[in-house]
Design a protein around this ligand. Structure first.
Ligand code: ATP
Ligand code: MG
Length: 574
């Protein structure tokens, strides 16, 4: 096993000097700029939240908590065509599930449409905004490039009265989509392209999920965001690095409006990129909606909560706890430089969180039948096995006892993988003539491998003993310890094993082709130890030697138990 402290690649980037965002805030508070810290989490309701959003949520809500300030939830719902109330509901549920509560009511940028409109008129009256007749393509052509200045629109110097009249008529619906736009009048030669007369409003005759048909013009993100922050009294507007070049515009708009102090301050941080998955609502939506993606998978994506996805809904269904996600976010820290985080760090946080709180039980995923020939027909015996072997006195709410009985019978199942008819080097488990120890039970000595009938699987003929007989194959003749379940009294179950969503660590291009076809393996013949009878959906357990599992919220029933593997016990690359 590699020592995780030696890992250098993809290591979380905890800034050695602490959180640079805190430094900014501390400075601002020391300078007396703000009385109380106010942050906000501003999702666009165009899809389900993913683990990248969890980082932003933990940062925004966490900062507010640390400073005894407040954090708002504000939907950035300025794009009427992509947004749906389904997403609004799921996003609120996800934030709550992560363990956070926003200040007061849920807010919406659309609550401020009237106010934003008035501010736009103010800018027009000050000569700082104008109605442009250029088409979107022409606007692009006039904008220039990184190396070349842009050109002024022929409509840039319209008189204020004409601009006001046209803008009012835009609002009244007098012009078709794209025929006109309202632009800030800044500087077409600015080295920062975002400052070359950016659009403030566009015409979009589309129904909005909250304002219905009331508006046919919609404010642009950059304009909406800073004004909404200012309206809500946000002090620190934390956003991802791609907005760094937009900060001058953020500040320009509020200055142009003479917004009274204290104005909000935008601070950028690196977005989370996690290997073997993607962090974009738009791309995730494609995977969920596009049936073609399914062709590249042995089992198609089942929806937004398919446990292979990085959405919070999926991670919840997969069995991750909010504590594990918060731990992960805390460990990866907040940096100013973009980086990719190794998947290992998510799994490690999950294991560290579940290790202490999940009871250990046994299940066999791919059963191999063993007949214990020196055990009498029809007889059974119970072994008492602790749920928490390292802390046998530990009690867990919801579990009746600290131990459960394990039933031993003449026929048992062991894991197919724990037996080899012809064991290779370093395979210490069962083989012909070899001995293993059944966890919490007897020693088992294999004498014969038989195929009872054509078309049926192998069966092992073994004998048991209470003491080892010296046929162990491990170092020093030690018998390996393996898990098992009784054949007749075990419970049939379906167990789903998940692997990386993508084959490549940094998927790009045609994403469907990058999907890992084996990202889901379904074990339909699995068997659970009898104590798991009646386990309710949502309960987590460790199956010894196999990993942490959860009874699936959607599919699990007492009569058809269905489990998801949350994570294996070890990093498979170690
Ligand atoms: P997506 O491309 O997935 O839609 P987005 O940035 O457009 O992402 P928003 O709904 O606008 O999604 O995001 C809400 C907040 O979450 C924003 O402040 C955004 O910066 C932040 N955020 C989004 N993705 C990440 C990420 N991968 N890591 C950290 N923060 C993120
Ligand atoms: Mg977005």
């Amino acid at each position: 096993m590699s020592d995780e402290r030696n890992r250098s690649d993809g290591h979380p980037e905890n800034e050695s000097d602490g959180n640079f965002i805190r430094n900014f805030i501390d400075q601002d508070l020391a300078a007396g700029l703000y009385r109380q810290v106010g942050t906000r989490f501003p999702p666009e309701p165009n899809g389900y939240l993913h683990i990248g959003h969890a980082k932003s949520i933990c940062l925004n809500f966490g900062t507010a908590l640390d400073y005894r300030g407040t954090c708002n939830l504000r939907f950035d719902d300025t794009n009427p065509v992509r947004e749906e109330t389904e997403y609004v509901d799921s996003i609120q549920a996800d934030v709550n599930w992560l363990g956070f509560q926003w200040q007061g009511e849920t807010r919406y940028a659309s609550d401020y449409f009237e106010r934003l409109y008035e501010c736009a008129e103010t800018l027009i009256k000050k000569g700082l905004a104008y109605v442009d007749d250029l088409s979107p393509d022409e606007v692009r052509a006039y904008r220039g490039t990184l190396t070349e200045a842009g050109r002024d629109s022929p409509w840039r110097d319209r008189p204020v009265a004409e601009n006001l009249d046209l803008f009012r008529r835009m609002r009244a619906g007098d012009f078709p989509d794209g025929a006109k736009s309202l632009r800030a009048r800044i500087d077409m030669a600015s080295p920062n392209i975002n400052m070359r007369d950016p659009a403030l409003y566009r015409i979009r005759k589309a129904r909005h999920h909250r304002t219905g048909d009331r508006w046919v013009i919609y404010p642009m993100y950059d304009y909406t965001h800073c004004v909404s922050d200012a309206i809500e009294g946000i002090t620190h507007s934390l956003c991802t690095l791609e907005f760094e070049d937009h900060r001058p515009l953020y500040d320009w708009v509020l200055a142009a409006l003479d917004w009274p102090a204290p104005r909000p301050r935008q601070i950028e941080f690196a977005r989370l990129n996690l290997e073997y998955t993607i962090m974009s609502k738009r791309q995730l939506r494609q995977l969920v909606m596009d049936e073609k993606a399914g062709r590249h998978l042995n089992h198609p994506i089942e929806g937004w909560d398919d446990p292979r996805l990085p959405t919070l809904a999926a991670l919840r269904r997969r069995g991750l706890t909010p504590e594990a996600l918060r731990l992960f976010c805390e460990r990866i820290g907040v940096a100013k430089r973009d980086s990719w985080i190794e998947y290992y760090w998510l799994e490690k946080a999950v294991r560290d969180d579940l290790n202490l709180k999940t009871p250990r039980v046994m299940a066999v995923l791919k059963p191999l039948k063993v007949v214990v020939e020196n055990w009498p027909h029809g007889r059974s015996r119970e072994f008492e096995a602790p749920y928490f072997p390292d802390e046998p006195d530990r009690e867990l709410p919801g579990l009746k006892d600290k131990t459960r009985p394990l039933i031993f019978e003449r026929e048992i199942f062991i894991e197919e993988d724990d037996f080899r008819p012809d064991p290779p080097k370093k395979f210490y488990r069962l083989g012909p003539g070899r001995e293993v120890l059944l966890r919490w039970g007897f020693y088992l000595h294999c004498h014969e491998v038989v195929r009872p009938a054509e078309g049926r699987g192998l069966e092992l003929r073994c004998t048991y003993s209470e003491e080892p007989r010296g046929f162990g194959a491990g170092p020093g003749g030690q018998p390996a310890v393996i898990h098992w379940v009784p054949a007749a009294s075990s419970i049939p179950a379906e167990v789903r094993l998940y692997d990386r969503l993508f084959k490549t660590p940094r998927p790009k291009g045609d994403l469907a082709r990058e999907l890992n076809p084996d990202s889901l393996e379904i074990c339909r013949q699995a068997r659970l130890e009898p104590a798991l009878k009646g386990l309710p959906a949502g309960r987590r357990v460790q199956f010894e030697r196999l990993g942490y599992f959860i009874a699936d919220e959607k599919l699990h029933r007492a009569e058809t138990p269905t489990f998801n593997r949350i994570v294996a016990l070890r990093d498979r690359r170690q």
